[in-house]
Design a protein around this ligand. Structure first.
Ligand SMILES: [Zn+2]
Length: 285
């Protein structure tokens, strides 16, 4: 299927992890480089997502549902090449998407699925790509970025830390539990550039630890932390909140632990050499 590679999404993500409440320079977020601190994670995530995780995929139980796992559901109510466009991740930071073409941008951590402003205004559903339990919800922020005046479209001005919000960035609480699967051992928290964000964990799924949905429409999120969701449930609507230049969903896959990035798309330039994590990988390399 044809797809285009328009540049829609600005930087979407950053991982912060602190020890003894001190943010190291390596992990300091920057308005320009969203990947400070996430680079190492991305590199290790690729190996986890494509290698070990893939090898055990066949035996992986479905996240809460009976039978073999189907793969990730397309997480938004649109059809590629018809009413939405996609740009691809580059979780290993090699400047190539899975199919050896250009990614959304070098180091892009997720798949960006973009729609028109009209389609956003009509209300375009975002779905849980897999059954699971809602981990984090951030909502209530302006959803028509970019804007020169809206504070939540701007780069953060505060030092980021657990539960801090500044500009387009929102941060989780700090908990050692979130260090699972990361290189950090204590006081992990995560800051997202998406402003209105949902993260869903997928307990029992050996391939996909969690999925993340960014830039959502203001006050459209219909799930709460701790809530169980089924694959295909509507969780929100697409928007242009946070560090975003137009309506799109930033969809991100974590494997093996919190913020351990994986590429759901399988192809010759990897890091996922197969199998795909999608139920139906809509493009062919
Ligand atoms: Zn993105």
């Amino acid at each position: 299927m044809m797809h285009t590679r328009s540049q829609v999404c600005a930087l979407a993500t950053v991982l912060l992890a602190v020890s003894a409440c001190t943010v190291s320079s390596e992990d300091q977020p920057s308005p320009i480089d969203g990947f400070a601190g996430a680079g190492g994670q991305g590199a290790s995530a690729g190996a986890a997502g494509a290698g070990g995780q893939g090898a055990t995929a066949g035996a992986a139980g479905a996240g809460g549902s009976a039978g073999a796992w189907k793969g990730l559901l397309w997480p938004i109510d649109c059809t590629l090449g018809s009413d939405c466009e996609v740009t691809f991740p580059d979780t290993d930071g090699d400047g190539k998407a899975f199919d050896c073409g250009a990614p959304g941008y070098t180091g892009h951590q997720g798949t960006d699925i973009s729609v028109t402003w009209d389609k956003m205004d009509q209300g375009t559903a975002v779905y849980a790509a897999e059954s699971g339990v809602v981990q984090w919800v951030f909502d209530g922020h302006f959803d028509r970025c970019p804007s020169s005046t809206e504070p939540s479209c701007q780069a953060p001005t505060l030092d980021m830390g657990p539960n801090v919000e500044s500009g387009y960035m929102v941060c989780t609480d700090g908990s050692d539990a979130y260090c699972v699967g990361t290189k950090y051992t204590t006081n992990c928290f995560f800051c997202f550039y998406g402003s209105n964000v949902v993260v869903i964990r997928h307990p029992g799924n050996a391939k996909v630890f969690a999925t993340r949905y960014d830039h959502l429409r203001r006050d459209s999120i219909v799930v709460k932390p701790g809530q169980t969701v089924a694959r295909g449930d509507k969780i929100a609507e697409v928007g242009s909140a946070g560090n975003s230049t137009g309506p799109h969903l930033h969809f991100e896959v974590w494997a093996g632990g919190f913020y351990v990035l994986a590429d759901p798309w399988a192809g010759p330039c990897g890091p996922n050499q197969g199998p795909t994590l999608w139920e139906n990988q809509l493009t062919t390399p």
